[in-house]
Design a protein around this ligand. Structure first.
Ligand SMILES: C[S@@+](CC[C@H](N)C(=O)[O-])C[C@H]1O[C@@H](n2cnc3c(N)ncnc32)[C@H](O)[C@@H]1O
Length: 356
């Protein structure tokens, strides 16, 4: 049944399966169906086939938007229980006009009054959020830290749990404000840090920029690699994230935190970095940011992206600015959905064999 007609794409719901793909499975969640909750659009796909489909999404995006056909992409599963369920440590519930918290239908603002969410972490499930009416409230956010306690925020106001949840990555501790960004899958932060370090190979004494740095996840480990003779500039516009970074990275004198807009900071920056990490929001970095980074002439740019199309568009911009894609890894940080996280390495086009 056709649900949406846009200029170049038609969307439809499968309302009857006449000839099922061998990869089709029953959705574990009763709400994952046409007209139901829009959160999990891959629940009807066998888990390993989900990875194949996501790889195809990344390949298509690079072919269409970056003019790079045939890139070999494998989507790597995270080191979790493999079920694809109960990994979401942050869930935002939208409250309908009856005060009932639910989840949104696919590409709409319609609230589906689910009675549970199979992706939510066990601590969040235990709270029974969708079963508790919240008249007068618009949004309920639930955030679980590594210690297993859940903070509940109603329309931006903390009502239970802690203002800052505890997060631990590779032996370092963060206290992350409920308003600050943190990866949703509990294995994602560790996985992405490894991929960023592998792609960029920061070396002692080097200067690195960490743009869109959040609470300083990548900055901390870049700092460990460049050591006390190196420098890391972390640039983040969210005030709570900068505060969290200040607390968590105080032992790393080689890190300077900048509470600023990435583009504004780039325009004022006057050093040549050895490497740049950027991890922008879904929409990507865009032309001005890409040109400013390329203009600074780093030996490598490590681009972390949660939207393959935005990544591909920016890869095309980097190509116009003299940088080429030299490596790409993709991770299944959002099981049961079409979403995928990628870590790309870009190097100056003139470098023949920059990354082995
Ligand atoms: C995807 S998160 C990445 C955070 C961090 N790299 C991490 O992995 O935890 C993007 C971050 O960019 C920040 N941000 C959004 N727009 C920005 C801008 N124009 N300049 C600087 N930071 C921005 C957001 O507040 C958010 O913390």
């Amino acid at each position: 049944m056709i649900t949406d007609v846009a200029s170049k794409i038609v969307r439809a719901d499968a309302i009857e399966i006449l000839d099922a793909s061998p990869d089709r499975v029953g959705s574990p969640c009763a709400w994952a169906r046409p007209g139901g909750c829009g959160g999990c659009d891959f629940q009807h796909v066998e888990r390993s086939a989900q990875l194949v489909l996501k790889a195809q999404v990344v390949r298509d995006a690079l072919a269409r938007h970056a003019g790079l056909p045939g890139i070999d992409v494998q989507v790597e599963a995270l080191d979790d229980d493999g079920s694809g369920l109960h990994w979401r440590t942050r869930v935002r519930w939208t409250v309908n006009s009856d005060g009932r918290p639910g989840l949104l239908a696919y590409r709409t603002h319609d609230v589906v009054p689910v009675d549970e969410c199979l992706l939510a972490s066990p601590g969040i499930v235990q709270l029974g959020i969708p079963l508790t009416r919240r008249p007068g409230v618009t949004e309920v956010s639930t955030i679980e830290g590594d210690e297993g306690r859940v903070s509940v925020v109603l329309d931006g106001r903390l009502t239970s749990g802690k203002q800052r949840t505890d997060q631990r990555v590779r032996g370092r501790d963060w206290r992350v404000d409920v308003a600050s960004f943190w990866q949703v899958h509990p294995r994602a932060a560790d996985t992405l840090v490894s991929a960023v370090l592998e792609a960029g190979r920061p070396a002692p004494g080097e200067h690195w920029w960490d743009l869109y740095s959040g609470v300083g996840l990548f900055s901390a480990f870049l700092a460990e690699e460049v050591g006390v003779t190196g420098v890391v500039h972390a640039v983040e516009s969210g005030p709570s994230a900068v505060r969290d970074a200040r607390r968590s990275l105080h032992d790393l004198g080689q890190v300077t935190l900048h509470h600023d807009n990435a583009l504004r900071w780039l325009r004022a920056a006057d050093e040549r970095p050895d490497g740049v990490v950027l991890d922008p929001p879904r929409a990507g970095a865009g032309r001005d940011v890409v040109q400013a980074i390329a203009g600074a002439g780093p030996r490598v740019v490590v681009y972390v992206a949660c939207d393959p199309v935005a990544l591909a568009r920016d890869v095309a911009l980097f190509a116009s600015a003299g940088y080429r894609l030299a490596g790409l890894r993709a991770f299944d940080t959002f099981p049961m959905t079409h979403h995928v996280e990628t870590v790309a390495a870009l190097v100056p086009i003139t470098l023949a064999h920059p990354i082995s």
